[in-house]
Ligand binder design. Sequence first.
Ligand SMILES: *[C@@H]1O[C@H](CO)[C@@H](O)[C@H](O)[C@H]1NC(C)=O
Ligand SMILES: *[C@@H]1O[C@H](CO)[C@@H](O)[C@H](O)[C@H]1NC(C)=O
Ligand SMILES: *[C@@H]1O[C@H](CO)[C@@H](O)[C@H](O)[C@H]1NC(C)=O
Ligand SMILES: *[C@@H]1O[C@H](CO)[C@@H](O)[C@H](O)[C@H]1NC(C)=O
Ligand SMILES: *[C@@H]1O[C@H](CO)[C@@H](O)[C@H](O)[C@H]1NC(C)=O
Ligand SMILES: *[C@@H]1O[C@H](CO)[C@@H](O)[C@H](O)[C@H]1NC(C)=O
Ligand SMILES: *[C@@H]1O[C@H](CO)[C@@H](O)[C@H](O)[C@H]1NC(C)=O
Ligand SMILES: *[C@@H]1O[C@H](CO)[C@@H](O)[C@H](O)[C@H]1NC(C)=O
Length: 286
Amino acid sequence: MGLRGMRYRIIALVAVLLAVVDATATVAAAKPEPGCPDSCGNVSIPYPFGTSPECFLNEDFRITCNHTFHPPKAFLRNSNIPVVKITIDDGGLHITDSPAQVCYNTASEKNVSWSSLSLASFTFKNDQNKFTVIGCDSYAHIEGYIGNRSYFGGCTSWCDSDDSVTNGSCVGFGCCQVEIPKGLNEINITAYSYNNHNDVSSFNPCSYAFVVEESKFSFSSTYLSNITEDFPMVIDWAINGTCTEHLCGENAWCNKTDGTTYPGYRCHCNQGYEGNPYLSNGCQGM
Ligand SMILES: *[C@@H]1O[C@H](CO)[C@@H](O)[C@H](O)[C@H]1NC(C)=O
Ligand SMILES: *[C@@H]1O[C@H](CO)[C@@H](O)[C@H](O)[C@H]1NC(C)=O
Ligand SMILES: *[C@@H]1O[C@H](CO)[C@@H](O)[C@H](O)[C@H]1NC(C)=O
Ligand SMILES: *[C@@H]1O[C@H](CO)[C@@H](O)[C@H](O)[C@H]1NC(C)=O
Ligand SMILES: *[C@@H]1O[C@H](CO)[C@@H](O)[C@H](O)[C@H]1NC(C)=O
Ligand SMILES: *[C@@H]1O[C@H](CO)[C@@H](O)[C@H](O)[C@H]1NC(C)=O
Ligand SMILES: *[C@@H]1O[C@H](CO)[C@@H](O)[C@H](O)[C@H]1NC(C)=O
Ligand SMILES: *[C@@H]1O[C@H](CO)[C@@H](O)[C@H](O)[C@H]1NC(C)=O
């Protein structure tokens, strides 16, 4: 086959791809079907998110609403990651997770649990979350992926008594924080101890590590004795693919997201309009 023939084939292939994209766009415009639930418990579920294929744009946006909880609880896709809030304007998905930890008892036996989260085409918002380690004989690793590129980070936290730390300060005394990179979509956090918490066991038996939304976290010396809470984090969501105006509703515009993992786009209501720009008539004049 000559060069010309090859070019023809490439053009034909591009045309087929465009046709496929167009077909899915037409299907997408018909969604969500009437009657889709707009909330799960007290979490509202705006389109493109939804609880069933007639209601979400694609599997990335599936929310599982589990009615065995009272009120019902929302989870991301088929995971056990609880979803507490979804925001449209900044493409935010608020979730919670328990910290990774390693605890030592008086016999120096350890009990480890790690934390691992896989977000597929979504990523952690790098400007709003911090990797955080708590403990007085502690360090932790955060391993993960930025698309197919592996990432490895860590932080160390040390102190010699629980009154030598400062509430609200996370600079290495009992608490350590570092930034996370942009585009991280998969993490596995493991907490460690240098010396089995031997010298600090009376007030700090465990090392803890987690990613947390910076504005919702303030270090307290009480965390050194025991952490039982889950911490909030913010995920960046966008729609896979390139910006095509007709994928947004009327009176809305489209912008490309700069997530480094996958190309994506988001919709926004035009100035003077508000509502859900992903619905065909979602943006209403104010
Ligand atoms: C939703 O309900 C949970 C548990 O009942 C509560 O902790 C949370 O604050 C509520 N969230 C909102 C946004 O009302
Ligand atoms: C709902 O949650 C319960 C309790 O955690 C679990 O056993 C059940 O499998 C969940 N159901 C679905 C559909 O995820
Ligand atoms: C380890 O921790 C888990 C959960 O906190 C607990 O159920 C388990 O009994 C602990 N194991 C040991 C050996 O302490
Ligand atoms: C990672 O992805 C990039 C872009 O998608 C590709 O060029 C590269 O070959 C991939 N690397 C590996 C190791 O798969
Ligand atoms: C930090 O605040 C907690 C209450 O939230 C208090 O019990 C503790 O004593 C304070 N620690 C220090 C070192 O000031
Ligand atoms: C997370 O890391 C720990 C320690 O390296 C490892 O044992 C565990 O298998 C990893 N978990 C996942 C889900 O990758
Ligand atoms: C941590 O706190 C929880 C609830 O406050 C309690 O049930 C648990 O026994 C405590 N664990 C330790 C090791 O103090
Ligand atoms: C989004 O893009 C990534 C990378 O190309 C792909 O692996 C994933 O399946 C896509 N998701 C959807 C729903 O198309």
